[in-house]
Design a protein around this ligand. Structure first.
Ligand SMILES: NC(=O)c1ccc[n+]([C@@H]2O[C@H](COP(=O)([O-])OP(=O)(O)OC[C@H]3O[C@@H](n4cnc5c(N)ncnc54)[C@H](O)[C@@H]3O)[C@@H](O)[C@H]2O)c1
Ligand SMILES: [Zn+2]
Length: 354
């Protein structure tokens, strides 16, 4: 059974069909089901070289897009499992980006009080972040990830070949989470990312770099599976980032999560300079680099009240305080640091004028 205390096996694969064949053999005698989404199904599964040849597993295809990470899609997966005769020993293989792995992981973790599942993430964001760490969930009542469980997949199969068909914004979106991993834990990882040729990505090299990024995420997850303390380090860039993401959404010009996180990291680096002595020269260099990759988000002072309110609504806050994870230096972090409104204003000004 998957549970939040176990560590998932992470498999770096150059041939997903072979890896899946090996996994399927381990579950011989048990029913195996596949959940995917329309785009991935069209680009990768119907082409026929991902699912092992000769296997007849039944598949459910959810429409693509974040708006489908919701209850009716969960019901669709439950119904599919139920009609297919899934029992508590069955396995669900989730093939797709973070939308699908969050959704189908949630469906698996609740079906008959939880069946085992394997994630095969197909976007960079899901390879370095969403499919690892045991958080599953759906959006509900207009709130992101409002309903969910902590439940680790049995295994995660990482194959950068899937990224051949990914568009550049989605590649950059995942890359931002890797930068975050470097910033909070390992300067060496940050350096390899700075030198990675984003214009012409070498997918074999990327597979190695992803391994380092996933190791960092696993370090935090393993030491604090349910986010009571150090896992909060992974929220770096996300307090401001989520607020910017929601603002952009409300203003009808949505941005990808990783872009919002990149901008959030610039603001929170500047907060780190003010609150815990992060070297300002390094903050300047990092901000310039991130701006060169992610551009800027347009907003002005009239948006500040709304941004403050959005940060107040971040579910990671306790008792009305806006808490941040901040960095005293690259590779170090401090959780639960509160800031004054003036410091926050300064950080938003800084981000706007970069
Ligand atoms: N559970 C966690 O810890 C965690 C962490 C971070 C993010 N998330 C969640 O992950 C989701 C975002 O993940 P995402 O960015 O992967 O989004 P996504 O799954 O919606 O994928 C983004 C787009 O890429 C398409 N796509 C997927 N694989 C492709 C491929 N190989 N080639 C071409 N197109 C492909 C999808 O159809 C979609 O249009 C959000 O719902 C977020 O809440 C979860
Ligand atoms: Zn994130």
């Amino acid at each position: 059974m998957g549970n939040s205390n176990s560590r998932s096996e992470i498999i770096y694969s150059h041939q997903p069909s072979v890896t899946l064949q090996e996994i399927f053999e381990r579950y011989q005698g048990y029913k195996i089901f596949v959940a995917t989404e329309a785009t991935v199904d069209r680009l990768w599964l119907t082409a026929g070289n991902i699912l092992p040849a000769g296997t007849t597993v039944s598949k459910v295809v959810i429409p693509s897009g974040e708006e489908h990470k919701q209850l009716t899609s969960v019901a669709q997966i439950w119904e599919f499992l139920s009609r297919g005769g899934a029992d508590r020993k069955s396995l669900l293989v989730n093939i797709g980006g973070g939308m699908l792995t969050d959704l189908a992981g949630f469906a698996a973790s609740t079906f008959k009080r939880g069946i085992r599942f394997v994630n095969v993430p197909t976007t960079l964001l899901s390879q370095v972040d969403a499919s690892v760490g045991g958080k599953t969930g759906i959006n509900f009542n207009g709130l992101k990830n409002e309903i969910g469980t902590f439940c680790e997949p049995e295994a995660v199969v990482i194959h950068t070949g899937f990224l051949k068909t990914i568009d550049r914004p989605n590649l950059l979106s995942g890359f931002a989470e890797m930068v975050k991993h470097g910033l909070i834990h390992r300067p060496k990882h940050l350096e390899e990312l700075k030198h990675f040729p984003l214009e012409n990505p070498d997918l074999l090299r990327l597979q190695e770099i992803i391994r380092h990024s996933v190791e960092i995420k696993q370090h935090f997850v393993l030491n604090d599976p349910t986010e009571k303390n150090i896992r909060k380090a992974l929220n770096f860039g996300h307090t401001v980032g989520h607020a910017l993401e929601s603002l952009a959404m409300k203003q009808g010009r949505p941005v990808l999560h990783g872009y919002a996180v990149a901008w959030g990291m610039i603001a929170e680096l500047f907060l780190s300079v003010q609150v815990c002595g992060f070297p300002s020269e390094t903050a300047g260099e990092l901000s310039a680099w991130l701006t060169s990759v992610y551009g800027r988000m347009k907003y002005d002072e009239t948006d500040y009240p709304q941004l403050f309110e959005l940060m107040g609504h971040d579910k990671k806050n306790e008792a009305g305080r806006i808490n941040f994870t901040l960095l005293p230096a690259v590779g170090q972090f401090e959780i639960n640091r509160a800031c004054s409104e003036t410091q926050l204003r300064n950080a938003l000004d800084f981000l706007r004028q970069r």
